[in-house]
Design a protein around this ligand. Structure first.
Ligand code: ARG
Length: 464
């Protein structure tokens, strides 16, 4: 209104006869959340300006002014003094406007050979790359906590489960190392995602490239990108790197959710396998005796929200024609929340693991209760020449007897055991013990304590 030549005095409103409605302004603005990209926006602008100058598109004086102005803006933002304005729509226009206020025409020249479309695509990649490096470190810290706990429990026997029924005895260290492996693959996925996103969109301009004699490789080099995006339409429009990151996150959270489910079960007095330190639990306002595993429960709960963000991004992209559409502005909140959730979850998990107290005797008793060595007895008979199916049948009958007597197989006398097969001798009791069962699974990937120790050694080498 203040400028009748320009419908609202915006960077783009020259062709508009009236200012944009206030409701629309609020609805279309992204400044509420994309100001989080500010530092990366400035990094990108600096590299762009330096390239323009080296290609003689921008004068040395202009470059100097832009550098100084952006430095001032960076400080203003860091000190919380920068005034963000909804009228200026997003982080890019807010910074550009401030730059122009500070340094005049040089600020207006910064946007030469650039569009907000390649600018925002660059900002998100720079931002996400930075976050990925932090997340990789957090995963490693958690892996280290798991390794330290596993190392203390190489020989600790617990029941291994299938169908949540006691199956075979395993080393608790071995069980924990399963999660190390999952996290190791998560790191690999993250690394892959980083490698693919590490390409420069700038130079694609709005969608078709630019007619200025720019040097994209130089910008890529300044910003630490491995190369440039090969296709301008693709560069400004696709957000597959964000989807890929969210897919990584959903899988990571799924792993942590499974771990959480186990911690919750193990802490239930019915299991009594572990206790989680008080500082990670909360009580009940009505039941004075309660100690609830809130942290693992919330991790399990937050997995739903991260999965949701992945679906949001997939859905956001699925019907968009090339190239950039405003829909893409909706990529940020799911991505930001995914990063925040994953970061907070990994941090708290790495702190919680060392505070886990293990009740070895409860684990041992549970392993003894469910005929966990029945398979070992069958294997014993097979090694003495009985076909596996017959051995299975003989042991099943022995288990039935134990059910009636209410005892473990190891507690049945030799004459009684021999009812089921004459092949059974005194040496059977070695395989019927929990330790014997564990030690016999002595190959790479098996639960023998010797193997678990070796697995932990190999795992340590994978961490930085
Ligand atoms: N705020 C926008 C986004 O996040 C920046 C790009 C806007 N481009 C445009 N042509 N309106 O996607």
């Amino acid at each position: 209104m203040q400028d009748l030549q320009n419908g609202g005095g915006k960077a783009w409103s020259g062709r508009f006869k009236e200012p944009v409605a206030e409701l629309v302004q609020k609805y279309t603005a992204s400044i509420f959340f994309d100001k989080r990209l500010a530092e990366f926006d400035i990094q990108g602008s600096l590299a762009h300006a330096r390239m323009l100058c080296s290609c003689d598109i921008l004068s040395n004086d202009d470059l100097e002014s832009i550098e100084k102005g952006l430095q001032t803006i960076l400080e203003e933002i860091r000190e919380g003094k920068f005034e963000w304005s909804v009228e200026l729509e997003d982080v890019h226009l807010n910074i550009e406007k401030r730059l122009t206020t500070l340094v005049g025409d040089a600020g207006k020249r910064l946007h030469t050979a650039r569009s907000r479309n390649d600018q925002v695509a660059t900002d998100i990649r720079l931002f996400l790359r930075h976050e990925i490096d932090g997340i990789d470190e957090l995963i490693q810290a958690l892996q280290k906590a798991i390794l330290d706990l596993a190392e203390k429990h190489v020989d600790t026997v617990m029941p291994g489960f299938t169908h949540l029924q006691v199956a075979q005895p395993v080393s608790f260290g071995h069980h924990l190392m399963a999660y190390f492996e999952m996290l190791d693959r998560d790191r690999d996925r993250l690394k892959d995602c980083r490698r693919r996103l590490n390409r420069l969109p700038l130079g694609s301009a709005a969608l078709a490239g630019t007619s200025y004699p720019i040097d994209r490789a130089y910008v890529a080099e300044m910003l630490g990108f491995e190369g440039v995006c090969e296709n301008s339409l693709d560069a400004v429009s696709d957000r597959d790197f964000a989807m890929e990151f969210c897919a990584f996150s959903a899988i990571l959270m799924t792993h942590l959710s499974r771990f959480s489910e186990e911690l919750i079960l193990w802490m239930n007095p019915g299991f009594g396998f572990i206790d989680i330190a008080d500082r990670f639990c909360t009580g009940s306002s009505i039941m004075p005796q309660k100690k609830n595993p809130d942290v693992p429960e919330l991790v399990r709960g937050k997995t739903g929200r991260v999965n949701g963000h992945l679906v949001a991004l997939l859905t956001l992209m699925k019907s968009q024609p090339l190239a950039y559409n405003k829909d893409n502005q909706e990529d940020k909140e799911p991505l930001f929340d995914t990063i925040d959730t994953v970061t907070a979850t990994l941090g708290i998990y790495a702190e919680m693991i060392p505070g886990i107290k293990v009740n070895k005797s409860a684990m041992r008793e549970a392993a003894k209760k469910g005929y966990a060595t029945a398979t070992d007895l069958a294997d014993y008979l097979v090694k003495k020449g009985l076909p596996f199916r017959d051995a299975h049948e003989a042991v099943a009958r022995a288990v039935r007897l134990c059910d009636e007597k209410g005892c473990d197989i190891g507690a049945v006398s030799l004459p009684e055991l021999r009812q089921f097969s004459q092949l059974i001798d005194e040496d059977v009791y070695k395989v019927l013990t929990l330790e014997g069962s564990l030690e016999s699974r002595d190959h790479v990937g098996g639960t023998a304590p010797r193997q678990v120790k070796l697995a932990i050694e190999r795992a340590r080498k994978k961490l930085a």
